[in-house]
Design a protein around this ligand. Structure first.
Ligand SMILES: *Cc1c(COP(=O)(O)O)cnc(C)c1O
Length: 396
């Protein structure tokens, strides 16, 4: 049987691997040997499950969206990751990785962040576990995401503004890797999505897989069957999507629909639609699709949503698209914002701008009345209120 999971060498088809500097070889090799036995151990499972339940607030609810369903002529359930502590799915991964770091005897945590959401999740779990934490963030993003910077600082993290390049996520990532190279023995690098060198994409997917584990029994309870007809999620690096599809990936009767950020349009030059516009390259230690020029310079991505403007894509998702296991749509800024207003009006839920891209897919699909759809709302929209208000003027 064809499998869409990672192989023994860290590849999903032709994508993945670990393209890292020599000096990190041992550190990454240690992690590769350690992560599965740790994740599968009783002590990890006990502590992780307890934290997911009592700290993060899981299980997140699976909510039947009545009025939204009526509008699209099918049965739509929302997987409410927006209800988690810190407001998104990222806490699932951060909690898991800090427990792995502790189990490996690491003393210090580093992370990079773009919009600041992963930085906040990491700073949160470092406060919880009393671990020193340094967050790398592009200086441009530090200015743009002032509130998240203050949150991280209040949580006790040191935020390091990166002044090189465009001073955004890619530059923060380079700096985090540099730090890791200098302190490979005592430092654990918490990566926030299904990206980076093997074993990170698989490790993050496993830590997020609690999402589909819950969908299975929640849908069984409410709908009498475990498998929906459609799973829909947005993709930046791919972690909330990976969690949503993890336990369904080999059930080919379950259609997988992914929404990447089209920005102003895939042909506009202002886009983050990596699967449509990217070419094979290496980014962040992984071989995957990359938004790049012909001579391999990273092209700065654009999206209205700060959490989706990553110039790469997780190797798992690049492969799912290539094998036609997933259907990928580019959802433009205006389509996403419309989706967010629609959900707010119909269901009283203000979604994150990232999640709004998943909602923006609904008008593109032709549903049958009997279709059961599960759409993951990856985060809440409080952080995006200003953008929503400003953009509403443009939509009119
Ligand atoms: C970070 C983020 C995303 C994008 O990251 P993935 O790894 O693709 O899930 C999506 N939604 C929210 C709310 C986020 O914070």
């Amino acid at each position: 049987m064809k499998s869409y999971q990672v192989d023994n060498n860290g590849y999903y088809g032709e994508f993945g691997g670990a393209y890292i500097p020599e000096i990190l070889y041992k550190t990454v090799e240690d992690l590769k040997k350690a992560y599965l036995p740790i994740i599968e151990s009783d002590s990890f499972q006990k502590e992780y499950r307890a934290l997911l339940k009592n700290y993060a607030g899981r299980p997140s609810s699976l909510y039947f969206a009545n009025r939204l369903s009526e509008k699209y002529g099918c049965k739509i359930y929302l997987k409410r990751e927006d209800l988690n502590h810190t407001g998104a799915h990222k806490i699932n991964n951060a909690l898991g990785q800090i427990l792995i770091a502790k189990a490996m005897g690491k003393k210090r945590i580093i992370a990079e962040t773009g919009a600041g959401q992963h930085g906040v999740a990491t700073a949160t779990v470092c406060a919880l576990m009393n671990m020193p934490c340094r967050i790398y963030m592009g200086a441009t993003d530090v200015k743009r995401q002032h509130m998240n910077v203050e949150r991280m600082k209040m949580l006790g993290a040191e935020v390091f503004p990166v002044e090189s390049g465009n001073m955004t996520l890619k530059d923060a990532t380079n700096e985090a890797i540099r730090d890791w190279c200098c302190h490979p023995a005592d430092t654990f690098y918490i990566i926030g999505s299904t990206v980076g060198p093997h074993p990170y994409p698989d490790m993050v997917a496993r830590l997020q897989s609690v999402i589909s584990e819950e969908i299975k029994y929640q849908l069984k309870e409410q709908e009498g069957r475990e498998n929906p007809d459609y799973l829909i999620a947005c993709v930046g690096g791919g972690s909330n999507a990976a969690g949503t599809i993890y336990h369904y990936i080999d059930d080919v009767d379950v259609k997988i629909v992914l929404a990447e950020a089209g920005g102003k349009g895939v042909d506009s030059g202002l886009t983050a639609a990596t699967i449509q516009c990217g070419t094979l390259g290496i980014i962040h230690g992984s071989r995957t699709l990359v938004m790049q020029t012909e001579d391999g310079q990273i092209v700065e991505p654009y999206s209205i949503s700060a959490g989706l403007d990553y110039p790469g894509i997780g190797p798992m998702h690049a492969n799912l698209a290539k094998q036609h296991r997933a259907t990928v749509y580019a959802v433009n800024d205006d389509e996403a914002v419309r989706g967010a207003y629609e959900l707010t009006k119909l269901e009283g839920i203000i979604p994150a701008l990232e999640s709004a891209h998943a909602l923006g897919v609904l008008p593109k699909l032709n549903f049958k009345p009997t279709d059961v759809v599960v759409l993951t709302v990856s985060g809440r929209g409080d952080k995006d209120l200003e953008t929503y208000l400003n953009y509403k003027k443009e939509l009119k």
